[in-house]
Design a protein around this ligand. Structure first.
Ligand code: CS2
Length: 492
């Protein structure tokens, strides 16, 4: 079977072809971290914005950790199929906004010259929580991280922040045209966090040079809230899409119909008319951001650990009727997370909560609990621990958010499901967590040892005796009764 590419595009059924002409599109955006999420989210918004208002907003997608995406997309001239799966079936469309792909580690010069290109006005990022290499409790760069340290001493650059600073310096030297850097990861205050890291790195390397001042005057870092559930595509998905397309597509992406992007309208240079594609522009993203991270992502991580412990491969299975987990997530949102957020004016929180559960239950998505369980140490602080801390300050006992934390503790300490299946801890801190636990599985020891990890739990949480008791109790129940029965009793 031939492969999808510009050459074969004409053989794709007409309604499935991109609504723009990819051949005509110049590159205006450099995107760091071109995984499935970017292709389902910002690339889709960008393509629709081009349809609505034009502009040379083609994307140069940069892959950070492996060349796999280059192997998928370069032979396809950046084309890939977006398969949107909802209750009313599947909608396929070939997406055309990605115009080139490069592997940062293999082509530093290519990356720097793209960032320095005057036709480029935006750098967007989806490099996941761990890509920022920062300490979530202080917002500072982790200079003890070997990659950061190597970049600071003039290597690579191999880290995202190192690449950004090197690219911005190349741009300043070339012509100094303003540019916006848009973080699209699930971090609170993501634009401000990223700006802080870039400034800190620039100050450490530029030695009083002109870069920090140029960044202050010519670069903006708007915050954004992004939302679209995008599970990893499987070989089965690719085979099914190939059958519909009549072409092989190694870059196909599966996603849900829902998509949301809330963007702080603070740009240094032109941008696509994303609002014409449905994005919300605002001067304060924070209410949306907190809401999404604490309700949706907090629930996602909780159902990932509880579901994996209960031998549920898919989120939709864990939330099927008869399972207790949907009710647990409802309580988590209602009782624990919602009281800690201030919803944007006119926002219907009850409808939002119902929609989150409905989206998670979408059986066509086949989202694996283990995919979401990855990188827990990087996700827990903003997804669950901020909620727990705020509820404790208000004198409450956030049982359901604590259950999510306890389920993570059970997951990383037992490393097997209730049915005896092996569970792998895929996390940048996996080694440190394993060393700290040292094989202990008894609840008080597990709770104390994990609470003592300052990379995850701050002093306030670690010193809260009431919280410790709650976690010991919940972890004890998970170990004794299993995730399913523990959840059922809590909602009983
Ligand atoms: C998920 C998110 O993998 C995860 O940790 O919680 O990727 C989630 O699917 C997205 O944030 C939805 O917008």
């Amino acid at each position: 079977m031939s492969r999808l590419s510009l050459r074969t595009l004409d053989s794709v059924p007409a309604p499935l072809r991109p609504p723009i002409d990819p051949r005509e599109l110049g590159v205006g955006i450099v995107h760091l971290g071109i995984g499935a999420f970017h292709r389902a989210h910002q690339a889709a918004f960008t393509e629709d914005a081009i349809v609505a208002a034009g502009g040379d907003w083609g994307i140069c997608g940069v892959t950070e950790r492996s060349a796999a995406v280059v192997d998928q997309l370069a032979p396809q001239d950046g084309l890939y199929t977006l398969a949107q799966r909802g209750a009313d079936g599947e909608r396929l469309r070939v997406a055309g906004a990605v115009r080139e792909v490069l592997f940062a580690r293999a082509d530093h010069e290519g990356l720097l010259s793209r960032i320095a290109d005057e036709a480029v006005h935006l750098i967007t990022l989806t490099v996941s929580e761990k890509g920022y290499r920062y300490d979530a409790t202080t917002g500072r760069l982790r200079t003890d991280d070997p990659g950061v340290a190597a970049d600071l001493s003039g290597g690579g650059p191999s880290t995202v922040i190192g690449q950004l600073v090197a690219g911005l310096e190349a741009r300043r030297r070339a012509h100094g045209a303003p540019i916006s850097v848009v973080c699209c990861d699930n971090l609170p205050d993501n634009g401000r966090v990223l700006a802080g890291l870039v400034r800190e790195f620039a100050q450490r390397t530029a030695d009083g040079g002109e870069l920090p001042a140029w960044i202050d005057s010519s670069v903006r870092f708007p915050s954004t809230m992004v939302d679209r559930i995008t599970p990893a595509a499987t070989a089965g998905d690719r085979a099914q899409i190939a059958a519909a397309l009549g072409l092989e597509d190694r870059g196909a992406v599966i996603t849900e119909p829902f998509r949301q992007w809330v963007i702080e309208d603070d740009f240094a240079a032109p941008r696509p008319a994303w609002e014409l594609a449905g994005a919300i522009t605002t001067d304060d993203v924070r209410p949306y951001e907190r809401l999404k991270i604490r309700l949706l992502n907090g629930c996602h991580s909780t159902v990932a650990y509880l579901g994996a412990l209960a031998d549920q491969e898919l989120v939709s299975d864990a939330l099927a009727p008869g399972m207790p987990f949907a009710a647990v997530l409802g309580e988590l949102m209602d009782r624990d997370a919602a009281p800690t957020v201030v919803a944007p004016a006119g926002f219907d929180l009850t409808a939002y909560e119902a929609e989150v559960l409905e989206r998670f239950a979408n059986p066509a998505l086949r989202h694996r609990t283990l995919q979401i369980a990855m990188d827990g140490s990087q996700k827990l602080p903003q997804r669950l621990l901020d909620t727990v801390r705020e509820r404790r300050r208000a004198g409450a006992e956030p049982v359901f958010a604590a259950l999510g934390v306890a389920a993570w503790m059970r997951f990383v300490s037992a490393r097997r499901s209730d049915g005896g299946r092996e569970l792998t801890v895929d996390d940048p801190l996996a080694g440190r967590i394993g060393a700290r636990l040292d094989g202990r599985e008894d609840p008080p020891a597990v709770v104390d040892r994990l609470l003592s990890m300052r990379e995850i739990f701050d002093d306030e949480l670690a010193g809260d005796a009431g919280l410790r008791a709650l976690l010991v109790e919940l972890l004890g129940r998970l170990a004794r009764d299993g995730a399913r029965r523990t959840a059922a009793r809590l909602i009983g």
